[in-house]
Design a protein around this ligand. Structure first.
Ligand SMILES: Nc1ncnc2c1ncn2[C@@H]1O[C@H](COP(=O)(O)OP(=O)(O)O)[C@@H](O)[C@H]1O
Ligand SMILES: [Mg+2]
Length: 362
């Protein structure tokens, strides 16, 4: 809109369980942008899924409350489809969208698809990569195809469970043993995940996971340290130094992640240089395995018994407050929060540019 400034559509809130975290991220990002170079158009998605578009911001907000007001008061609630129809023209003035959403409808390729339809550049993973990174079963298949080592698991859907429960339990017991981890295939923040110590607990755990998704995974338990690496880039992704999660609970469950505040991040992780190098190399491989772009955080287990590195997952929209692992890993690697934002915008525009000359038919 203003000459020479990049206009960023910042999308935060959303229908997922991570609404509040997303608001805090939105606020932090809004304030970290250099307003000499950027102007911001806030898009606030309410918990009910209504989109509210605020007017252009030329300066940071003073508080989270001001931010909510800004995007609610003179903003208009519109169906996302109608809004994007009006955004898709050149006259919309938005140069790049920046989705700060986690989980369902944010990190799973759906909002990315909306941006694609509107022809808008956007920060982070594309549709395929977001969707693949959200589905733990598909993600593991891609990791396996890329030769990344990971723990044993089985995946099945609700119908398999109804018709073949006995065989599935037997297979889990024979191949995976106890304890084991049970997870809904498509979720985050440890929601719906349990650790099962015996058959009764396993059945309960599967029933619980099936409340969140029709597809469920049972994984062998890995007794390991949890190490995480940030990846940044498009065709030539770079890896940050590794960080370590020291969970306050038995494992890194929802409570340990968000509630009790006692889990710790060790940045850099206290690992020897060889292990750090291997983790960085594997993180880039994991990013490529899901055809990532922009950013991701790759999470690993390093098994205590033999120091073997096993991939757990990639997150295509990792926690992004200034106190989250991903930005802190980059800070320690030598890139500030503000520089990280610059780089992500640049990567989004580069990717869009590279694709605009493609032919979409004969
Ligand atoms: N197979 C496993 N063995 C041991 N711990 C696990 C296993 N799977 C998950 N966990 C623990 O549960 C946490 C959440 O699981 P994760 O697969 O990362 O789900 P989310 O996508 O919700 O973060 C992990 O950070 C780890 O502490
Ligand atoms: Mg995780």
């Amino acid at each position: 809109m203003t000459a020479n400034k990049v206009t960023v559509g910042l999308v935060y809130g959303g229908k997922s369980g991570e609404h509040e975290v997303s608001l805090q991220t939105g606020f932090a990002v809004m304030n970290a942008f250099d307003y000499e170079k950027y102007e911001i158009v806030p898009f606030y998605i309410t918990l009910r899924g209504e989109w509210r578009m605020g007017s252009v911001l030329h300066r940071p907000m003073n508080s989270l409350d001001e931010m909510k007001l800004e995007s609610a008061s003179d903003g208009t609630a519109e169906a996302a489809g109608a809004m994007f129809a009006s955004l898709s023209g050149r006259e919309s003035g938005i140069d790049v969208m920046f989705p700060l959403l986690h989980g369902t409808f944010g990190e799973d390729g759906t909002v990315q698809g909306l941006f694609e339809m509107a022809g808008l550049p956007y920060v982070g993973a594309g549709v395929l990569s977001s969707a693949a990174g959200m589905d733990k079963d598909v993600m593991k298949k891609l990791f396996a195809a890329a030769g990344l080592e990971q723990g044993e698991y089985i995946a099945f859907n609700e119908r398999d469970w109804q018709t073949n429960r006995h065989e599935l339990l037997q297979e889990a017991e024979n191949r995976l043993g106890y304890p084991c981890f049970v997870k809904p295939a498509n979720l985050g923040s440890s929601v719906g995940i349990s650790k099962a110590e015996d058959q009764e607990a396993l059945i309960d755990a599967v029933e619980l996971a099936l409340r969140y998704d029709r597809k469920v995974l049972i994984e062998t338990f890995i007794d390991g340290r949890e190490l995480e690496v940030g990846v940044l880039g498009n065709d030539e992704p770079q890896a940050s130094i590794p960080g370590e999660i020291v969970s306050s609970g038995d494992y890194y469950d929802y409570n340990a992640k968000y509630i009790d505040g006692k889990s710790e991040m060790m940045i850099p992780a206290p690992v020897d240089p060889d292990l750090a190098d291997s983790l960085r190399e594997l993180a880039v491989r994991a990013f490529r395995a899901v055809e990532g772009s922009g950013l991701c955080r790759a999470d690993f287990f390093v098994r205590r018994s033999d120091n073997k590195i096993l991939i757990n997952e990639v997150n295509t929209m990792p926690g992004f407050t200034p106190f989250s692992m991903y930005p802190l890993l980059w800070r320690e690697t030598g890139m500030s929060y503000q520089a990280l934002l610059d780089r992500l915008i640049e990567l989004a525009l580069e990717r869009h540019e590279a694709r605009t000359n493609l032919q979409y038919g004969r």
